[in-house]
Design a protein around this ligand. Structure first.
Ligand SMILES: [Fe+2]
Length: 124
């Protein structure tokens, strides 16, 4: 049973998908069931992944994380998203960019999620 906003990965080919409309079936890719990402919210170790939400004059700024996360070719933050009830906004990032994004017109009490290509899905 898939639910809206869940993120799944194919461990064989690396496809990552988001569920826009949940239904009873299992998601399958490359002949195998896709794996659901748990939304992690507690940092462990030296790399920090939990999104940090700040209110700025330009809008809501989301940084990853409390120490800036690496943005290297093999290990980087692929996207940052804010969710406000039924509305979500996402910014996609590339290696070499700063691991942060600004979202205009969002209320201060959003949920933020980010996806690290090595360490998975995180939220705050
Ligand atoms: Fe990471």
């Amino acid at each position: 049973m898939a639910e809206q906003k869940q993120i799944y990965k194919c461990e064989l080919c690396g496809n990552v998908v988001e569920v826009l409309h949940g239904a009873d079936g299992n998601l399958v890719c490359c002949g195998a069931e896709m794996v659901l990402f748990e939304e992690k919210s507690a940092d462990e170790g030296k790399e920090k992944h939990v999104p940090v939400i700040e209110t700025t004059a330009e809008g809501i700024k989301v940084k990853v994380g409390s120490n800036p996360h690496p943005m290297e070719e093999k290990h980087y933050i692929e996207w940052i998203e804010v969710i406000d009830g039924d509305t979500s906004c996402r910014t996609y990032l590339k290696p070499g960019q700063t691991p942060e994004a600004i979202f205009k017109g969002c209320p201060a009490n959003v949920t933020a999620r980010e996806y690290c290509n090595v360490h998975g899905l995180w939220k705050s």
